[in-house]
Structure formats: C-alpha cells, structure tokens
Design a protein around this ligand. Structure first.
Ligand code: ZN
Ligand code: ZN
Length: 254
C-alpha cells in the first residue's frame, strides 16, 4: 500500500499541514490537506475521500478539491463515511452557507461530489480498498479505520482519546502492516487531552499495550505544531523502536 502524507498535523502552522493522506494515488484518507499538497493532475486522479469525522482539520480540503476539479472529472468524487459523517458534511460544510453544495454542481445529474455512506463496523470496498470503520473516543462521532488493499493492512486511529473497540478489531486481524496513531498534546496536558478526546505520548503508550501485533511499525501523527519539540522529546523518551515520525510530503510503502 502506497501512503503519501499530504499533511500530518493537528492544526496548521508554517511548514505544518493539517491531517490528510493519499492511498494508492486515488483514495484520500482524511482531508485536512488536499489541494495544498497535490498537483492538478494528482487531484483529478482522486476517486474517493474517506473521512473519519467532521472536524475542519480533517475536512477542509474537500471544499477546495471540489472547486479545483469541477468540470474536469468524468465521475463524481465519492465523499465516503458513516451516517453521522455524511449528515455532518451535508449540514455544516457543503450547506450553501459555508461552501456551495458541490453534490449538485455543475449539474445535479453530473455533480462534482457524491455522498457514499458506508456501515460502521463492517467491511466496505472503497476503490479497491477494504475499509472497516470502527468508532473511537472523540467529542463528535469519529471513526478509526482498518484498511486492507490485498497486500497490506493499515490501522488508522482517527482522533481519539483512550479507546477499546478498534484495538479489539485489530487483534482479530491476521496481520497488521502499520499502525497510525494520533498524539496531540504533551504529557503535562493530559487532562486537556481527556477533555478533547486526544492522546498524549504517555496515553499512546498505554493504547499500544492493548494491541497484540507487536511487530507493526507505529506512525505517529496529528501532533499539534505548537508542542512539536515537547511531543517529539516525550515520544523519543518512550524508547519504543517501533515508533516513527511522519513528514509532510513524504511517501511510505506500508
Ligand atoms: Zn483533528
Ligand atoms: Zn477532531
């Protein structure tokens, strides 16, 4: 599985882009960043955008992708997510107030975007990827994902505080190629992490203890840029050789 980092941070700052990834050149996984990291040709190639939740640091790129590829694509780009996600995007983002409703533009018969609802905790095919959304612990309905492409299996935590269900599903998987897990706040802000449904390095280490696949590399993402130095030092201090840091713009073979 090819995974390109469009942005791997929990908000935006100079040289830190918001959370978004491109899988196998066609499927975007969370859309905090799309247009600012891809050429027009690469954007036209996108077939689906899979979203974990409605927060802007995971959805902002949808609106500018739509604007960029409108009238240039043969079939609509699917906005893929569970029921809560689709409703949230329809009501709060593509609502003709925040942004035009690109599910009827340029015409209702041949729109730029199309909603595709997938069931929670079941496997759906998304452009050649087998995707299982599993609910995690965040203030709005949020899914982590287990994603397979026939060769490898990627676990994506989504924005989450301490959680259980997704790790149970992961432990049922025969193999796991990589785990992407969030870490947003430094250890001293653990109460804020709990309040906002996020992890610190200490909490991340406790989550990893719930996973039986102890050989899979762990890619940490969603670091809040203002705490970058602190988070990096605390993650290094965990002394876990599986932990890797992601970089905006870099492509990984999972
Ligand atoms: Zn986020
Ligand atoms: Zn969030």
């Amino acid at each position: 599985m090819k995974l390109k980092v469009l942005g791997c941070y929990g908000t935006e700052l100079l040289s830190c882009k918001m959370t978004g990834f491109l899988i196998n050149d066609r499927v975007v996984l969370d859309a905090g960043t799309i247009e600012a990291s891809l050429t027009m040709a690469e954007q036209i190639n996108i077939t689906s955008v899979l979203l974990s939740h409605t927060h802007l640091d995971h959805t902002k790129g949808v609106v500018f992708l739509a604007d960029n590829v409108c009238n240039l694509i043969q079939r609509p780009v699917d906005i893929v997510g569970t029921n809560d996600l689709i409703r949230g995007i329809r009501d709060s983002l593509l609502n003709n107030v925040t942004w035009p409703d690109f599910t009827v533009i340029p015409t209702p018969e041949s729109p730029t975007l199309r909603y595709r609802e997938i069931p929670e905790d079941a496997v759906s095919d998304v452009d050649g990827l087998q995707v299982r959304p599993v609910r995690v612990n965040h203030p709005v309905p949020t899914m982590g994902f287990i994603i397979r492409d026939g060769r490898s299996a990627l676990v994506y935590s989504g924005d989450t505080g301490p959680t259980e269900e997704i790790w149970k599903r992961v432990n049922d998987e025969p193999s796991v190629s990589a785990i992407m897990i969030e870490a947003s706040f430094p250890n001293r802000l653990e109460s804020l992490a709990h309040l906002s449904g996020h992890l610190t390095p200490r909490l991340l280490a406790l989550e990893l203890e719930k996973v039986r696949h102890t050989d899979a590399p762990v890619y940490v993402y969603h670091l809040k840029p203002r705490y970058l130095d602190e988070l990096t030092a605390e993650l290094r201090a965990l002394n876990n050789p599986r932990i890797r840091f992601m970089e905006d713009g870099r492509a990984y073979e999972i």
